[in-house]
Design a protein around this ligand. Structure first.
Ligand code: 5AD
Ligand code: SF4
Length: 473
């Protein structure tokens, strides 16, 4: 049984935090600052927006730099060791911020904290961190904060009971792009992956809560909604009899407006023909809203033996038959994927099976990862591939996909693309940057008034990672 609760920001803990922030503002002439840094995936980004939302509702104000903050929160990722080491090293750097201002509250949350060994690591190595909490109960954040503010000692909360809380306040980073979680957790237990251990079992939000949230976003002028879940294709399982992700998409498409619908991530074993048919029917250029013609379908490996060892429940033939169905139903669909190289026991020939799959599918883009040992997962005790071999395979993989991505990007030359303009380019402030429905990055010269709007851009140049063009008036 999943526990479902409604946010309550009027309890005793919340009163405690509000009293603190009011007294602070009275004394200093401004509200205390909250800074949140997010590591990892979009789900974490979405969670962070809720932590900032709760802090704001309790009297804090968001600040862009940790030095300006009276409450610093790091929302961590555990999916690969690299992300963990980065978060730990940055946690080390918090020491001087605490020394500068001992009243500053430091907290670490997220997937790393949900692992006992990491929780103990942080607890022992970073004594100046005030409290730690996992991912299961975000609604308890005000209670943890209240305890830290009243100096009742450090708090350690792995939060391993996983429920769903609706109605938490939220401060979205963008006013025109929004993450909407439709489900949490994962039941798949791929043998390399830590997610089911740190995010709990799969559970879906009730459809009315999701549809209400989207209605409000659309009424506010939101231009892009990304539906989030570890495996959106199993939306509704355990909650509804005959209502799944395809039906949810159909209901969302009834909320009229000029916006794009994206979703991630899908599992190949659960992506259905029905879902692909819904996308095909609602991705025409005149659809408002429009489901984007882009599908992220993690392959992980092209070798059937490795897929079996990974516990993925599909093989290369069934994966390809799904891709074939998609390409037939939506001929100009853009495909992307996740690949892991150097999974334990992977041979050279098996790695080459993956390269062959890249050539066969011809993905528009991919995310590739060197296998990283995760404590407590089955793959931890399998025979590991030496580091130098993993790196050499990774380089070959990148070379292959970069060539394909460049070739696919060159197909855009001379075409006019509808682009959702996101802001100024970080590398060249003369340029605006945005993405087309296929998630290709597009740079062009234009004025700030276009930020947050759709613009038509004729593509004049293409390289591996982005397109450059000119505004079509
Ligand atoms: N090592 C490397 N990559 C991993 N991923 C998940 N676990 C690991 C791991 N232990 C990758 C998968 C997944 C993506 C989000 O992260 O490719 O799809
Ligand atoms: Fe991890 Fe597999 Fe679940 Fe994705 S489907 S989160 S890779 S266990």
């Amino acid at each position: 049984m999943i526990y479902r609760t409604q946010a309550n920001l009027n309890d005793v803990s919340c009163d405690t935090v509000r009293r603190f922030t009011a007294a602070f503002a009275e004394a200093k002439g401004h509200r205390p600052g909250v800074y949140v840094r997010t590591f990892g995936c979009q789900q974490n980004e979405a969670d962070s927006e809720r932590y900032v939302g709760m802090a704001e509702a309790l009297g804090y104000e968001w600040v862009p730099e940790p030095e300006q903050a009276d409450l610093i929160l790091y929302n961590t990722c555990a999916v690969r060791e690299h992300a963990e080491l980065k978060a730990l090293s940055l946690t080390g750097q918090l020491k001087h911020l605490k020394a500068q201002n001992p009243n500053r509250i430091l907290a670490i949350c997220g997937c790393m904290v949900a692992q006992e060994h990491r929780l103990n690591d942080i607890k022992n190595r970073y004594p100046y961190v005030d409290f730690l909490f996992g991912t299961g109960s975000p609604e308890k954040f005000p209670a943890y904060l209240a305890r830290a503010l009243t100096k009742k000692g450090r708090g350690f909360y792995p939060d391993l009971s996983y429920g769903i809380t609706e109605g938490l306040p939220i401060r979205r980073e963008s006013r025109f792009k929004a993450w909407v979680s439709i489900m949490y957790g994962c039941n798949n237990f791929c043998t390399y992956c830590v997610v089911p251990y740190v995010r709990g079992r799969e559970r879906s939000r009730e459809r009315e809560a999701i549809l209400d949230e989207i209605r409000a976003l659309v009424a506010d002028g939101c231009r892009e909604i990304t539906l989030l879940g570890q495996n959106v294709n199993s939306y509704g399982k355990g909650l509804y009899e005959d209502y799944g992700f395809a039906e949810l998409l159909l209901d969302i498409c009834r909320i009229e407006g000029d916006y794009w619908i994206r979703f991630m991530t899908s599992h190949p074993k659960d992506a259905s023909h029905k879902l692909i048919d819904v996308i095909a029917a609602h991705s025409g250029d005149d659809c408002r809203p429009k489901i984007v013609k882009q599908f992220h379908l993690p392959l992980q490996s092209g070798s059937d033996r490795i897929l079996k060892t990974m516990n993925r429940h599909y093989d290369s033939a069934s994966y390809l038959s799904l891709i074939e169905y998609m390409k037939k139903a939506i001929p100009d669909i853009a495909l992307s994927t996740d690949i892991i190289v150097g999974f334990p026991t992977e041979t050279e020939a098996e790695f080459e099976d993956t390269l062959r799959m890249l050539e066969t599918v011809r993905y528009d883009a991919f995310f590739s990862f060197i296998y990283s040992i995760r404590r407590g997962t089955p793959a931890e005790s399998m025979e590991q591939v030496p580091e130098d071999i993993k790196r050499a395979r990774f380089a070959r993989l990148l070379e292959t996909q970069n060539r394909i991505s460049r070739e696919k990007n060159e197909d855009y030359l001379g075409k006019t693309e509808r682009v959702l303009v996101e802001g100024r380019s970080k590398t060249d402030p003369n340029m605006l940057t945005g993405r087309n429905e296929k998630n290709r990055l597009v740079h062009f010269v234009g004025e700030d008034a276009l930020i947050g709007c759709f613009a038509s851009v004729r593509i004049l140049a293409a390289d591996t990672y982005c397109l450059t063009g000119e505004l079509v008036r």
